[in-house]
Design a protein around this ligand. Structure first.
Ligand code: SAM
Length: 387
């Protein structure tokens, strides 16, 4: 049995570039930050608090609860240290075991080898202590020890999330090149939109930006849309406490958003997918959908943010025809979006130059492996053309 009140080091992981937004979220939840890393933020928390983190965090991917930290300079060191841990308190021979990891050490050159070493150590310990061994495999549907190994530094965590938190569960209807839900949440946080003013999403695709905006505007806990987290399979998990957390989260949701959320796309199928995804997320009636060219999107006069995620040639569309689209985005900002902050999220720096307006900020993000920029434009009467 695990003590769900016992605090330990907790690492909330995220893709490169997300840490400042994740840090903000954790601070707002009342956690003291131990360290902001390139791909995660470290705090101290109990397993009960890990449940809360899984429920509320918008920009993190996994909530990892530290079990043991040690030095290991060989696979044998790793095996011995992991085998000395009291695994029979954490799992039974009837549980299913999946070891995952992030390994960068000269000691092993194949991550899978390190995973097998950890799995062998756990299985051997269980066989010695109970006479039986748990089954293991790749599916994230049981107990998930996570190994972090850099040089000689080894940390064994329990992954309390399972599927990454980016998989909110609402995006059942795909469209072209969707943004990850957590990335969309970071982009919105970076824009400073928290529900006041309008949120305009031309080129909405599958609706990720508009749906995440609606969730932010309503203070909706993203974890409410999922019914499976790895912490639910840990010994000592209290279903009643989880139900209470979910009820609290539901009760703290707002019923309305002050600003309007408008989402449009030229592709009727994308808009249909976006509408259905919004329905899955329970926010359909907070978003005004429309099929049109982005230039014809309604932009109310009272200000807010406009966020455009155009194709950028890596995965869709050819670069030369996109040059005209990027120029037209600059014209659209200048002619229709005065009083707004305009944002373009793109993975193509050359295309971005065709927007032709002066950026007020350029923020780096990674969309999968592609280095991207969120370009910010403050649009006022007579915004300066750069070329
Ligand atoms: C990269 S995708 C956007 C993906 C979206 N952020 C998501 O998460 O699903 C670009 C979208 O722009 C749309 N698009 C391309 N040209 C357009 C135009 N001229 N007007 C409006 N939408 C356009 C495409 O149909 C596509 O859905």
């Amino acid at each position: 049995m695990l003590d769900f009140d016992r605090k330990s080091v907790v690492l909330v992981t995220c893709p490169k570039g997300f840490s400042p937004y994740l840090r903000q979220e954790l601070e707002r939840m009342g956690f003291r930050i131990r360290e902001e890393k390139t791909a995660g933020v470290e705090i101290k928390a109990s397993l009960n608090e890990c449940m809360k983190l899984n429920l509320y965090v918008r920009t993190g991917h996994r909530v990892l609860y530290q079990l043991k930290r040690f030095e290991a300079s060989s696979p044998e060191d790793l095996y011995d240290n992991v085998k000395s841990m009291v695994w029979e308190r954490i799992l039974t021979p009837d549980d299913y075991l999946t070891v995952t990891s992030s390994v960068r050490t000269e000691t092993v050159n194949d991550t899978r080898f390190a995973n097998v070493k950890v799995k062998d150590a756990i299985v051997d310990r269980m066989r010695e202590k109970t006479g039986r061994r748990p089954h293991s495999g790749p599916d994230l549907c049981g107990i998930i020890p996570f190994l972090y190994w850099r040089e000689d530094d080894c940390v064994v965590y329990l992954d309390t999330s399972g599927d990454p938190l980016s998989r909110r569960g609402y995006r059942k209807f795909p469209a072209k090149a969707p943004l990850q839900e957590t990335l969309a949440a970071c982009i919105i946080m970076a824009s400073g939109w928290f529900g006041k003013g309008n949120f305009i999403s031309p080129m909405c695709g599958s609706g990720t930006l508009a749906i995440e905006a609606a969730l932010i505007g309503l203070n909706g806990a993203p974890g409410l849309m999922r019914d499976d987290f790895a912490f639910m399979r840990l010994p000592g998990f209290d279903q009643e406490y989880w139900d209470k957390l979910c009820t609290e989260a539901e009760n703290s949701e707002r019923t309305d958003i002050t600003g309007r959320i408008i989402a449009t796309d030229i592709d009727p199928e994308a808009v249909e997918a976006a509408r259905k995804n919004a329905r899955e997320a329970g926010v359909e009636h907070h978003i005004e959908f429309g099929v049109c060219d982005f230039r014809d999107t309604e932009v109310p006069t009272n200000g807010g943010v406009v966020i455009i995620n155009p194709e950028y040639g890596e995965r869709l569309g050819s670069t030369s025809s996109l040059e005209k689209v990027y120029t037209a985005i600059g014209d659209f900002f200048k002619s229709k979006c005065q009083g707004y902050k305009g944002y373009v999220f793109t993975g193509n720096k050359e295309l971005a130059k065709f927007i032709g307006l002066r950026t007020s900020r350029r923020l780096q993000f990674f969309n999968a492996k592609i280095e991207c920029r969120l370009l910010e434009y403050e649009i006022y009467q007579g915004s300066v053309r750069r070329r």
